[in-house]
Design a protein. Structure first.
Length: 143
């Protein structure tokens, strides 16, 4: 699984997922994608982490997204919920392999089995520095 839309500008002092190896958000230019198709795809992802906070546009303060740092997935890529708003407002650059994956699926988020979604949820939580409660984790014994 690959992470998309976790730009270092969003949380410079945040977990490694926002670290030096991640790109800065890149607005403008002529994107090689359809805004409508990509936006619809991003909004249609499977939710794997819900975060109850509102995020504010870090480029021009043009929008706020309730739950913007929540995470969605298509089973291969995971992205923040506010990524769609950056696409809609700024035509930001997206990784070519992510665009190819969307195109290869005709801009329809593929079905992802529940067990895989649970694995992704745990991986996303860990990458963002959240601790998983062993009693609530997938596969934990419940008594």
């Amino acid at each position: 699984m690959k992470f998309v839309g976790f730009y270092r500008d969003m949380k410079p002092d945040g977990p490694e997922i926002y670290g030096e190896e991640t790109p800065s958000i890149n607005p403008g230019g002529a994107p090689e994608y359809s805004f409508q198709e990509v936006s619809r795809y991003l909004h249609s992802g499977h939710p794997v982490l819900d975060v109850m906070e509102s995020t504010t546009d870090i480029i021009g303060q043009a929008f706020q997204v309730p739950g913007g740092s929540s995470v969605l997935t298509d089973g291969s890529f995971s992205w923040r919920a506010d990524l769609a708003s950056y696409v809609e407002h700024y035509a930001i650059a997206l990784p070519p392999d992510f665009l190819d994956f969307m195109r290869g699926n005709n801009f329809e988020v593929p079905h992802v089995p529940r067990d895989r979604l649970l694995e992704i949820s745990v991986a996303v939580s860990s990458a963002l520095g959240f601790r998983t409660d062993a009693g609530a984790a997938p596969g934990a014994a419940h008594g």
